[in-house]
Design a protein around this ligand. Structure first.
Ligand code: PAF
Length: 283
């Protein structure tokens, strides 16, 4: 695996890779876990070469968020990627991505609003901006993202569609289902922040979501199941629930009952850590 940290070197390397076959990009912020490695394995099945980017993007962290604390483990991550047969690791410094005088922001209206967009103002502008840059830098044929960040994927696809992206084309921006721990908790780099006690309690989140979906399947509106979910998380020791909403899976429009294409989206905080998850209503 070739590790590259400057744009100059990247521009010399990617054309060679692309001339020998297709190229997939898996964008990450590092602190890799099994969920990321699943994305890498999927990318390997779909393309001749796989590039992974590791960049903790300052523009997607708000004031008071965990930018400084975000786990940075490049040596460990590199070893994991070598074992997966990754061809290229793109690991730039912030000054390489946002050089002196950098002034451009990409803002995707609509799908960025509500859910995490409401709780993390500017977050999706930061995501859209950096992903646009990563796509332009690496110019992959396909890109693979995890569906845990469902709203992020919707924002990236909207951007690619609206701005006529060619590499990758919007249809080549692929989502992979959430990878879960044995107790159902969605894998996330932020799970590492949880104390053993909070980690054990965190399993209440996917369980409460499944219970809410079961109640919804009986018919009726969203108020009772979502009220139960909030109460269950409170009893389990969660500090707060940022949101618990049913939305259309594609447009992310809020719904007050299942429309046949609905998902449950939840963000909740436990022991200072913010966890997000989403599930389809129809299984
Ligand atoms: O999902 C992530 O890890 C990040 O938001 C991404 C897509 C790599 C952009 O920084």
């Amino acid at each position: 695996m070739k590790t590259i940290s400057t744009l100059a070197e990247l521009r010399q390397t990617t054309p060679t890779l692309r001339s020998k076959g297709s190229l997939a990009l898996v964008p990450t912020m590092g602190a890799l876990h099994e969920g990321h490695l699943t994305l890498v394995r999927f990318a390997r099945q779909r393309a001749d070469h796989v590039a992974v980017s590791i960049f903790v993007n300052p523009r997607q962290f708000g004031a008071g968020e965990d930018l400084d604390a975000y786990p940075r483990q490049l040596d460990r991550d590199s070893r994991l990627l070598i074992a997966e047969g990754v061809d290229l690791l793109w690991a730039p410094q912030p000054s390489e991505v946002y050089p002196e005088g950098y002034a451009t922001n990409i803002s995707v209206a609509g799908v960025s609003d509500g859910l995490c967009g409401a709780n993390r103002p500017g977050h999706f502008d930061g995501v859209a901006t950096v992903v646009c840059k990563l796509f332009n830098q690496v110019r992959p044929d396909i890109a693979v993202f995890g569906e845990k960040d469902w709203q992020q994927l919707a924002v990236i696809r909207r951007m690619a569609r609206d701005l006529d992206f060619v590499r990758p084309h919007v249809d080549a921006i692929l989502g992979m289902p959430i990878v879960r721990e044995e107790d159902g908790l969605a894998m996330s780099s932020r799970n590492a922040y949880l104390s053993p006690d909070h980690r054990a309690r965190a399993a209440a989140l996917p369980k409460a979501m499944r219970d809410a979906i079961a109640i919804l399947a009986e018919g009726g509106g969203v108020e009772r199941p979502l009220g139960n979910l909030r109460e269950t998380l409170h009893v389990a020791g969660f500090d707060s629930v940022d949101y618990a909403e049913i939305r259309d899976a594609d447009s992310l429009a809020p719904l007050d009952r299942d429309n046949g294409n609905a998902r449950l989206f939840v963000a909740a905080r436990i022991g200072g850590t913010r966890l997000i998850d989403n599930m389809p209503l129809a299984v």
